[in-house]
Write a protein that binds this ligand. Sequence first.
Ligand code: GLC
Ligand code: CA
Length: 557
Amino acid sequence: MHDVKTARWWKEAVAYQIYPRSFMDSNGDGIGDLNGITQRLDYLQWLGINVIWICPMYRSPNDDNGYDISDYQDIMAEFGTMADFDRLLEAVHARGMRLILDLVVNHTSDEHPWFIESRTSAASEKRDWYIWRDGKNGAEPNNWESIFNGSAWKYDPQRAQYFLHLFSARQPDLNWENPQVRGAIYDMMRWWLDKGIDGFRIDAICHMKKEPGLTDLPNPNGQRYVPSFERHLNYPGLLDYVDEMCEQVLNRYDIMTVGEMNGASAEQGEEWVGEQRQRLNMIFQFEHVLLWESAHRLTPDRGLDVPGLKRIFTRWQTLLEGKGWNALYVENHDIPRVVSSWGDDRQFARESATAIAALYFLMQGTPFIYQGQELGMSNTQFASLDDFNDIAARNRAVALRQQGWSEERILAFLSRSGRDNSRTPMQWDDGKYAGFSDSTPWLPVNANYREINVARQQQQPDSVLNFYRTLIALRSRTPALIYGRYQLLLDEHPFIYAYSRTLAEEQWVVVCNLSGEPQIVDARELDLVDRQPVLGNCSPDGEPQLLRPYEARIYSR
Ligand code: GLC
Ligand code: CA
């Protein structure tokens, strides 16, 4: 029935991403933890979730909230113990759900014993486990800029050399050229998989291969440091590492893998996730996120580029059809809340959150929901630059100040682009601290928690939460919405995103108005005359030919 496509559990699953620091605090210290996640598994099961991905919960000094790991085989003290983890894993499995971990192996923390040993001297046994170079003319070895601003190199007085860090200076890059490094990482991966976890989201996989010569970038504008992506983003040779990792570890287990893959075009998607190639199951591609960023970072008033979105999603859908599988997402812990960026979090908060849900969720691929997205959680409020916790935002503020930006302009910019927007505590109820904790949370709760929270939305039949729950149930019981072929409809419409999913005789049509204005839809063209939507996000008494602002309808035909 599914012709070229092979049925797999991870294709039929709906995944939920947890940012542990902000999900649920079980012991009242203001920081989310593993026991907090265990306490809330019933909620995730009620919602219909099958796979949980937790962001890093390993031992870490928290320079980048856990993405700087100092021990891959231990748990961050603030999050609990390995016994707590084992209980969590067991409780997840007892509910028929699965758990995947974040694999952060482009870099470690500077407190990892490997780095501590590597920095002792150029004679140390682990001297080549990281990327060390001598300075050039009394300065850094090259002019690469770090993704978190400033130079990508830091001088280490002990070793008397510079080490490379594509992210923060406390996240030194591992040297993937070194087979010993790769071997140690594979051992660690097997250790977790043998413990029974169900897969990995692979962090920053796109950066693992660096241009071997580490050469300077052209610098026509005379910048101090130059954005260096072209020297390490999806750089030729990267797939050799991936092949080895798959062959040595991943392909030996029945697991789910998804790589964080900035820099891959839809044309390259098949190389990464083509089933014949036996590499990763899925990748998180970045094109739709970058489309938004490029248009809106500097000109916030520009609306959503619906035709641009259509082009991007449709390319991924069609180029992977019958060949590989998509990961579907519109939010994560690195991007602002989607209702505040693509939608309208004021006038049409509920409508736009649900329209975006219907839009991305029913394409071909495994949908991921980021915690709070299912409530339509929105961007938070920052009174001053001191309110930012994220290292990326703090470094960016320094860089923008150096470029002469006013404090006000920096605040406005970071308020709409900053990662802290999606890291505020999960809003469980209208109690103090939104039911997340009994004491002051590490990051303030969004002021709107009395209106937007789980307890309240569970009671409201037309809430964003109940819409997600219905959507999940619909997809889970409908093979055509999982395996069916995607086709874009109304290609040219500037505000309506419509598509069909077809499997054998069965066909579904999703129609979403992604604007705050009513839009006329030609029901004849879509063959929807006299049909009633199976699901919609507005009252059912609407006119067939008229989509209300952010109205979404799902038909079966
Ligand atoms: C990934 C993570 C991000 C982190 C970075 C460095 O992009 O998603 O949160 O800061 O890698 O590990
Ligand atoms: Ca806690």
